[in-house]
Write a protein that binds this ligand. Structure first.
Ligand SMILES: [Zn+2]
Length: 458
């Protein structure tokens, strides 16, 4: 018998299940950390151990948002190199990033996580690939911050081993050796990866990108992930320059390079995938390789627009990503739902290129799919984890829009009245309940200034 139940009622509900079932007015019963039931009308009578009833009048309930690509450490290097393309932006920022330490990584993770959680993210990820020698336990600091914030979390343990002297983009002092990167990644999986149904922490193997990682690290990273039964993540096909780099160095485009190194498969998801031709999309669909679509970051760096409608039509799993906040200063995922819809319509020149419901699916179920957790999160269905967000839609910003899903996606960023992760409250009345937002703001400012000082001193 359930130890405790929470009932949320009188709200519109978008379940994002396989049939896109919606209720104009319905209820959800949460029993401990699971969704026990969902339906139209009032909650069943006679429920025992109800510890809380939430009146959701004027609200829309959706699955919690799932972020599939981010770099938390960039929270303390926002607003720099603001008019550069990807390669110039990276070269400008690598010397700063190579000086991060454990305390900076912790504060930056707290800032990134707080910003996302207060905007309805219930599952976060961090692709962290900068591990300067002597910088401390960065992975432990990041995982600790996620645990404090109370969101479900995937750490994609990244790495770079192709420095400038090996034809790569990052300076030599910012990279690890092949052996160190593999050993540290394996140790992180062994220590932190949890594959249980309600896992709060999972680890993925995540060499950074073709232009900062050796072919051997790509190959051995894929072997390591498969030996350990964890997922694989990297950046792919982000810019025209990356495509040229791959053709010059490897004699093939990025997708063919990924295939040749074991990096296409249903256990892989890749950030961006902007420059994909029809046969690249077909290869992703055939192998079940997932995509983290990051529309704001792609716009900020002038990278282009991913062909999301074509990917979805081909059957490619697609989720949404904030990307690092050095290329998307807002760091919010709920606004990416709107941006995904808008940029894809511009790209496809079609008025229905991505619908509001498809955008909501990208940010919820699609994200769960690419993180390998669609059986547990990403839709409101009995038996799934109670990761739920109640969006307030009855104020000036939204109240004159009749369709709540359209209001959420096309309207202004909606306030979050309640966000639950596994039935535990993370946001209440638009405020985080797990961490002190003002304290996080202060510590991120302090660490950003300290990093700027250290970088300026050389
Ligand atoms: Zn990225």
């Amino acid at each position: 018998m359930a130890a405790s139940r929470i009932v949320i009622e009188n709200c519109a509900i978008a379940t994002v299940d396989a049939n896109d079932t919606e209720y104009a007015s319905g209820y959800v019963v949460v029993a401990d950390n699971l969704i026990e039931s969902v339906g139209a009308g009032s909650a069943p009578a006679g429920l025992e151990n109800v510890v809380r009833r939430v009146d959701g009048t004027g609200h829309l309930l959706t699955p919690g948002l799932v972020n599939t690509h981010h770099h938390f450490y960039q929270w303390i290097t926002r607003g720099l190199a603001t008019d550069h393309n990807l390669f110039k932006w990276l070269v400008a920022l690598y010397p700063t990033w190579a000086r991060i330490d454990e305390s900076m990584a912790r504060a930056a993770a707290q800032g990134s996580l707080a910003m996302m959680a207060r905007g309805g993210v219930t599952t976060a990820m961090d692709h962290h690939y900068v591990y300067p020698r002597g910088s401390g336990d960065l992975s432990g600091a990041i995982i600790g911050a996620a645990s404090e914030t109370g969101v479900r979390f995937t750490l994609a343990r990244g790495s770079m081993d192709r420095g400038e002297s090996d034809g790569g983009l990052p300076p030599d002092f910012a990279v690890e050796s092949l052996e160190d990167a593999l050993a540290a990644t394996e140790a992180t999986v062994d220590r932190y990866h949890d594959d249980s149904f309600d896992a709060m922490t999972q680890i993925a193997v995540a060499p950074c990108s073709p232009f900062s990682v050796s072919t051997e690290l790509m190959r051995q990273g894929a072997e390591l992930a498969r030996r350990k039964g964890v997922r694989l993540h990297t950046h792919g096909s982000e810019t025209v320059e990356e495509e040229q780099f791959c053709k010059e160095l490897f004699g093939m485009g990025p997708t063919d390079y990924f295939e040749s190194t074991g990096w296409l498969g249903s256990d892989v998801w890749m950030a961006h995938c902007v420059h994909m031709n029809d046969s690249d999309i077909a290869a992703f669909a055939r192998t079940g390789t997932g995509v983290a679509h990051c529309p704001s970051s792609n716009a900020r760096l002038g990278a282009g627009i991913a062909r999301v409608t074509d990917m979805l039509r081909a059957g490619v799993p697609v989720g949404l990503g904030v990307d690092g906040t050095a290329s998307n200063e807002s760091g919010e995922l709920h606004t990416e739902l709107r941006n995904a819809l808008l940029v894809n319509r511009l790209s496809a020149h079609r008025e229905a290129a991505l619908t509001a419901r498809q955008a909501l699916r990208l940010g919820t179920h699609g994200g769960a799919q690419v993180l390998g957790r669609a059986g547990q999160i990403g839709s409101i269905e009995a038996g799934k984890l109670a990761d739920l967000v109640l969006w307030k839609l009855d104020t000036l910003a939204h109240s004159s829009i009749a369709d709540p899903v359209v209001a959420l996606i096309l309207g202004a960023a909606a306030p979050v009245t309640l966000s639950l992760v596994g039935g535990r409250t993370v946001v209440e009345d638009n405020h985080l309940t797990t961490v002190d937002e003002d304290a996080v703001a202060r510590s991120t400012r302090t660490e950003a200034r300290r990093l700027a000082r250290i970088t300026a001193a050389g």
